[in-house]
Write a new protein. Structure first.
Length: 402
């Protein structure tokens, strides 16, 4: 792949923002737990974020077509920077009686993220050649997963030498640099003179999903996969380690780490063998979903910690071997100017299902046992693999330039 300035700026700017997102999350969760001494209060942080991103995914289409995508991307990051500065100010002297302001600010930050994430995915095919899409998607995923795995560890270390407000100020610096880099992105103008009502703009991405057969299938796949993925949230996985594996809590960290290692290795494989994957997109999408189904079912039945580690690693690999080729199918299935609304609709499905699914899976884990929810997760992935296998002729790269 020939690196170009715009892809480098986008990747670097997003990477700095992703680093900041994890660090500020570490500081926020730590602050809330110290103030309230409540795990429930801390657990409302991801729920707040997911809810805000869901609303943002629904409303972002109102901006697409009115604002250049590159400036929309940079603008969301500038907004996050100002909100981080405000959060840093609020954290100084914050008391237990007014900690709810944290939820307001992280909700606003997540709202901007819900806009930025689909725009970032949409910009990639604008900035790289069609034949480089698999490799570009692989590089983006690899960098994102490596940073996420590292920054949770580094963030915990930072809290040993910095207090939460100081860590937020550090994040503010990262966000400011990210904003500056994104301002230099080449203009991507999707503005149109065609007048559409607000409801029509919101419905545009959903209509594209409904009218494009492969995207309609991917929408259902996204729904089932997201629901399946909710069993891997920290709270449920911790219960599995304790109740199903009957082992020390440190294995929770090991299993999490193995999952991230699998994600990273899967991404690297896609980068290295992108030309081979390019020719067999549907085969990789099916193999990834089927391997995820088998590994999850075996994980649910297993009682040996070391085997759980291996299975978690396999699940991580299977996720990337499926999702990166699937990204290429999405990016080449419709004209570029319609991609942003497609991604916002898929984002709304993902965040909405994840928020509700996390609560449902937690309830079922308490009611029926933690092994049962992992079996449900595996069966959902089996449904995904059946959908892919029955429609394998759809999961191909559009060879024509959109």
């Amino acid at each position: 792949m020939n690196w170009n300035k715009n892809f480098t700026l986008l990747l670097t700017g997003q990477s700095l923002a992703n680093m900041g997102d994890v660090l500020y999350m570490v500081s926020v969760i730590s602050t809330i737990f110290v103030l309230t001494e409540s795990a429930t209060a801390a657990s409302f942080v991801p729920f707040t974020i997911t809810s805000a991103m869901f609303v943002s995914s629904l409303l972002t289409p109102l901006l697409i077509g009115k604002v250049n995508l590159n400036w929309l991307m940079a603008g969301t990051q500038i907004g996050k920077t100002f909100l981080l500065v405000l959060l840093g100010v609020i954290l100084i002297g914050l008391s237990a009686s007014d900690f709810y302001w944290i939820y307001v600010l992280i909700g606003l930050i997540a709202f901007l993220d819900g806009c930025a994430n689909p725009i970032s995915q949409t910009l990639i095919p604008h900035y790289v050649k069609p034949e480089d899409l698999v490799q570009a998607n692989g590089i983006t995923e690899t960098v994102a997963q490596i940073l996420q795995a590292l920054m949770w560890f580094i963030g915990s270390l930072f809290l040993l030498v910095l207090n939460p407000p100081q860590l937020v100020w550090l994040v503010g610096v990262l966000f400011a640099i990210s904003s500056s880099l994104l301002c230099f992105l080449e203009s991507v103008n999707l503005t149109t003179k065609e007048s559409k009502g607000k409801l029509e703009q919101i419905k545009e991405g959903w209509r594209t999903l409904a009218d494009t057969k492969v995207l309609r299938k991917i929408g259902w796949i996204n729904l089932y996969e997201t629901l399946a993925s909710t069993v891997w949230i920290a709270a449920i996985l911790l219960v599995f380690v304790s109740d199903a594996l009957h082992t020390a809590e440190k294995w929770w960290g090991f299993i999490n780490g193995a999952f991230f290692a699998g994600l990273i290795l899967g991404s690297i494989y896609c980068i290295k063998y992108f030309s081979f994957i390019e020719r067999k997109l549907s085969a990789f999408i099916f193999a990834g979903s089927f391997a995820g189904f088998l590994a999850t079912i075996l994980f649910s039945l297993n009682s040996v910690p070391s085997i759980a580690l291996v299975l978690s690693f396999i699940v991580g690999i299977s996720v990337q071997l499926k999702s990166i080729p699937q990204q290429t199918v999405i990016q080449t299935s419709v004209p570029k100017e319609r991609l942003a609304t497609v991604y916002t609709s898929l984002g709304a499905i993902g965040t909405g299902v994840f928020g509700i699914g996390s609560l449902v899976m937690g309830f079922l884990a308490d009611l029926l046992g933690v092994r049962f929810v992992f079996i449900i997760s595996g069966l959902l992935l089996m449904v995904v693999s059946v959908i892919v296998n029955k429609n394998n002729q759809l999961f191909v790269r559009n060879l024509m330039e959109p």
